[in-house]
Design a binder for this molecule. Sequence first.
Ligand code: NAP
Length: 197
Amino acid sequence: MRVLVVGGSGLLGSVAAAALDERHQVIKASRSSKIRVDLAKPESIENLFRDIGVVDAVISCMGSAPFKPLAELTSQDFRAGFEDKVLGQINLVQVGIQYLAEGGSFTLTTGVLAREPILAGAAASLANGALESFVMAAAPELPNGIRINAVSPSVLAEARGYHASFPGFPQIAGSEVGRAYVKSVEGIQTGQVYALG
Ligand SMILES: NC(=O)c1ccc[n+]([C@@H]2O[C@H](COP(=O)([O-])OP(=O)(O)OC[C@H]3O[C@@H](n4cnc5c(N)ncnc54)[C@H](OP(=O)(O)O)[C@@H]3O)[C@@H](O)[C@H]2O)c1
């Protein structure tokens, strides 16, 4: 398969690419990599697909939201997280539909904050929960046998800088998260959220 990994230079993107690149042709893209795309800009996504052509799977491993105590979060903060993580990945799906092979798949990345809170995480929880609901709702409407799932891990063991913010949470090995991307790309399921930890 030809597999596009957006955010392929990041931690989750590297994990996804490493799990797939022995058996598939993996194309990594991001705002600053050699193959460029900015998910905030639909025209940039269109240009990327025009350059690389039809793919069998699209994986998105990007998205951030402001971390602040609830009392300090402004509506602009919530909007920023929603625009970056949620609308960015939805832009990728909406443009990518016409460049996915029949029976192809989208795999989005959310995270444990959709189902468990941490201090200062409300904007990120909002974004993750919104994306997971989008996956549930989009799956039955996608054409041409196209599937969509989300990988929703707890903090990664390799993401040491985040461990103090996730006290007592399971720390998931990158290799385990990689298997969830494989399950989504190579399997038959759709509308699923693969909650890890
Ligand atoms: N790290 C964890 O433990 C963990 C756990 C659960 C969930 N997650 C989620 O997984 C996702 C990725 O996290 P990460 O830790 O892998 O982050 P990361 O290491 O910072 O990587 C983010 C990647 O996304 C790219 N990117 C950012 N904005 C983009 C845009 N607008 N268009 C295209 N590419 C863009 C970045 O490259 P450029 O800067 O070059 O664009 C980079 O390749 C996030 O949604 C995060 O919440 C992470």
